[in-house]
Design a protein. Sequence first.
Length: 244
Amino acid sequence: MTEAECVDSKHQSTLINAPGARLGRALLQSDTMKHKTSEKLYQYWNHVRGERSAPNRFEIEPSKIAGILPTTFILERQSAEVYRFRLAGTRMCEIFGKELRGTDFLEGWATDDRPLMTRNLSILTNQAATALIRFQATARDEQAIEFELLLLPLCHTKKKIDRILGCCSPLDSPGWLGDKPLLSKRLMANELVWPSLNPQTSTPDMPVDSPVDASNGNARIVRFAQRQFVVHEGGLSRNSGKEI
């Protein structure tokens, strides 16, 4: 199976009626997001997509999200393990201390987190999932700050999901932020939600040592690097998606 097609969800009745799948228009709730930027971007993306699994890249109007553009970005999927920044907001570039355009999104992640991040991106492009991630970024002098990262699927060519719209918001504002380049990133919490399609499809371009361990109702327990995360298959409750 290649990237998910951007189709109207009413034509996906077979998938929607499958066990474990639930159709929803706004499954990521505001009480699961810690930053207003994530809320605003998700609400806009969800409005534009309508009943489809994902909107088209060219339907995204920067003027509609002007207030949050400095921390938003667009990724291009070039292969199963390479996702390059096509666009990156000015504030993001300032915070990370470099021009991000053209660089690989997966650079800088901890070695034991990179496979799980690669899996997140593969699921997003193959299954039209959305991802809400919390991570810690660290400067050279070991000072660190937490971020909230939102990843949303976009179609670009041939009705395939090969772009990702996202935002990256610091959860604190220390005085040094923007003065010290952030060099490394460490995953802290991970949530995947499928707003319209059944997630129970394969992702054949993922490594065989995928960290998914077992099924548990509508959520799968992910065990990775001594930590556990909940992967939601069709919905997100008030207290779900926490590291356990």
